[in-house]
Design a binder for this molecule. Structure first.
Ligand code: LLP
Length: 451
């Protein structure tokens, strides 16, 4: 989160006061640091430099054109999962030879679009899809390059809704079927199987699942060779974690240290598909407090102008995002207790008070400054909650709150549910900022409808 820091009681994004941005663009707003994306890209590239990886930024995590353009200029390729994402990548002038295309349900229209634009390869997720790619490639008189996405049945120990590498998940091809495909590959004249792809889920907080996945790949490669299938590319997917709490997490160099031997053993060119690691802590969402209320069991609610339609992760995955006022004299603790899911209550409040007091090196009566609240949105759903029983500095109506780590799967998963126009997106670069996606209007909400 180092690109979002407090200075003189004000949250800054790079060289700009967040408060100043919001007073110009309004609330709620997504605010991104350009440098954070580029730093994340460089960190992962450097960590794996021994394998000279092709980094394909996962567009689903943040698909804003200005973000994609900045990353393309830094040399990034792209991992896309739909014709729409491919369209976005091509729009910013991405090199098609650095685009890989995953997803279990590529339509024939999407396959045709990708072939016509000469992308590097498809990550194929079923036998039926392979046949479809072969047929469309033959109609276009092309040879499609593909990687077989294997499902190695490895538990990445992520949230059940973001696990992809177990047998019961819809993703990838089980090892036995993958072997059969390889042994019959010569039947597909318009397809060249040149890669193996494996993506286990996200976020993965341990190197072990990657090691297990790579071991399975290394067991599989000799079978490809025996069938005359020359595998040149190894795509190890994404899933690299970030810190949502301020607590230290493993970093790309740690994943690299544990996996480089297994990667080199494959003898393949490495492709990686990081999303969250590059975009997660490159963005925040700012929301304004509309009302506060307390009920007769003493529960306090801070009601904001952003809702689950703007940032879905807490409602969908019980995800914990740190929240702190944009302008406050109370220092945000370096680490928030409670872990991935957050938590709280009085115990946590006490812990937080001690931490803040220690950091500020003064004995403080923070009971006056902090209160335990539920931070909620205006959407008509009980799951429209950003944080439950969370100790926060006392805030009043019209004050701004920053919801951290919102750069990945924030705006991209937003919707206009409850007919709420979606927030604007702002990109900060040093001491300047630009609105890189306008706030939606009521007219935008109905623009495609006929009466
Ligand atoms: N490659 C493939 C094939 C993927 O399916 C994904 C993510 C990635 C790469 C990038 O994963 P990352 O590096 O960002 O972890 N909406 C959820 C995450 C779903 C991820 C889906 N696939 C969330 O908000 O946590």
């Amino acid at each position: 989160m180092e690109f979002f820091e407090y200075s003189n009681n004000e949250l800054m994004c790079e060289g700009v006061r967040v408060k100043d941005i919001v007073s110009e663009v309004g609330s709620p707003a997504y605010i991104y640091s350009k440098k954070a994306f580029i730093d994340g890209y460089n960190e992962i590239k450097t960590a794996f430099q021994e394998a000279d990886p092709l980094i394909c930024f996962s567009v689903k995590s943040n698909s804003n054109l200005s973000v994609l353009s900045a990353l393309a200029n830094a040399g990034s390729g792209f991992d896309v999962v739909s014709g729409g994402e491919l369209f976005r990548a091509l729009k910013v002038g991405a090199n098609p030879e650095k685009i890989v295309y995953a997803g279990v349900g590529k339509s024939s229209g999407e396959i045709k679009y990708a072939l016509e634009n000469n992308i590097l390869m498809f990550n194929v997720e079923s036998w039926a899809e392979l046949q479809s790619i072969n047929k469309i490639a033959s109609q276009l008189d092309k040879k499609a390059q593909v990687a077989i996405r294997i499902n190695p049945d490895v538990d990445a120990k992520t949230h059940s809704k973001t696990t992809t590498g177990k047998k019961e998940n819809k993703f990838g091809i089980d090892m036995a079927t993958a072997e059969r495909i390889i042994s019959e590959s010569s039947k597909y004249a318009n397809v060249a199987i040149t890669g193996i792809h494996v993506h286990l889920g996200s976020p993965i907080h341990d190197t072990k699942p990657y090691e297990k996945g790579l071991e399975k790949v290394n067991q599989f490669l000799p079978k490809c060779k025996a069938n005359g299938v020359d595998i040149k590319y190894l795509n190890i997917g994404g899933g690299y974690c970030i810190s949502y709490t301020g607590k230290n997490e493993i970093r790309p160099k740690d994943y690299a240290a544990k996996t480089m031997g297994l990667i080199k053993k494959t003898g393949c060119k490495l492709i990686m598909e990081p999303g969250r690691f590059i975009s997660g802590n490159a963005g925040i969402m700012v929301t304004k407090v509309i009302y506060k209320k307390q009920n007769d069991i003493g529960k306090k609610f801070v009601i904001c102008d952003a809702g689950m339609n703007d940032l879905l992760r807490p409602a969908l995955y019980d995800a914990n995002h740190r929240i702190w006022p944009v302008s406050t004299h109370v220092q945000m603790p370096k680490v928030e207790g409670g872990g991935e899911k957050g938590c709280c209550g009085a115990k946590m409040l006490k812990k937080l008070i001690v931490e803040v007091a220690l950091q500020e090196k003064k004995p403080i009566d923070f009971y006056n400054d902090l209160e335990v609240v539920d931070v909620v949105g205006p959407v008509c759903e009980s799951s429209d909650v950003f944080a439950k029983d969370r100790p926060l500095p006392r805030v009043d109506e019209n004050e701004l709150l920053a919801i951290f780590s919102a750069g990945a799967y924030g705006f991209t998963m937003s919707s206009p549910y409850n007919s709420r126009p979606r927030p604007c997106e702002v990109l900060v670069d040093g001491s300047r900022f630009d609105v890189v996606r306008k706030r939606e209007t009521y007219d935008d909400l109905i623009a495609l409808e006929n009466i």
